[in-house]
Design a protein around this ligand. Structure first.
Ligand SMILES: [Zn+2]
Length: 154
């Protein structure tokens, strides 16, 4: 948000300084991208229109579509750990007077985040299995692939 104001004030000064030194901005355009937004501002004194500024960080995903907003990825990652699905989340946002993201977009990102989380969990489990096998090898186990869930105490 602060970056948007700084860009607007700076570009306004670069283009309009001789005529009007002090801008008076109002929102010119606002576009929703999930729970992220991008804006442009318009100066009421001189008609200057600022560049459109995204109020979110972007993340490149495997998808070939436009880049995902980090806030939307984070929302889906957070929902993985909660007893709340996309439909209820949309209702919650609407109750809070926050325009909810499109259901289709949420569903698509949800699948993406679920898939990435599964990959991470599989990789984490594979690493842990290798650690257990290494411990078994150091203990001289006949078959290091066997994982004892309880050790017998001699
Ligand atoms: Zn102006």
């Amino acid at each position: 948000m602060v970056e948007m104001w700084n860009i607007a004030i700076q570009t306004h000064a670069d283009e309009e300084a001789e005529v009007y030194a002090v801008p008076q901005f109002k929102i010119n355009t606002e576009e929703k991208w999930g729970i992220g937004w991008k804006y442009s501002l318009k100066c009421l004194n001189c008609g200057f229109i600022s560049p459109v500024v995204k109020l979110y960080k972007e993340i490149t995903t495997d998808e070939r579509d436009r880049k995902a907003a980090a806030t939307n990825i984070n929302l889906q990652a957070g929902l993985l750990d909660m007893p709340l699905g996309n439909s209820r989340t949309r209702l919650l946002l609407a109750d809070l007077d926050i325009p909810p993201p499109a259901e289709s977009g949420m569903s698509k990102l949800s699948s993406y985040v679920n898939s990435k989380t599964t990959d991470l969990n599989n990789e984490s489990m594979r690493t842990k299995m290798e650690e257990v096998k290494n411990v078994n090898r150091r203990r001289g186990a006949s078959n290091p692939n066997v994982i004892n869930v309880a050790w017998s105490v001699p």
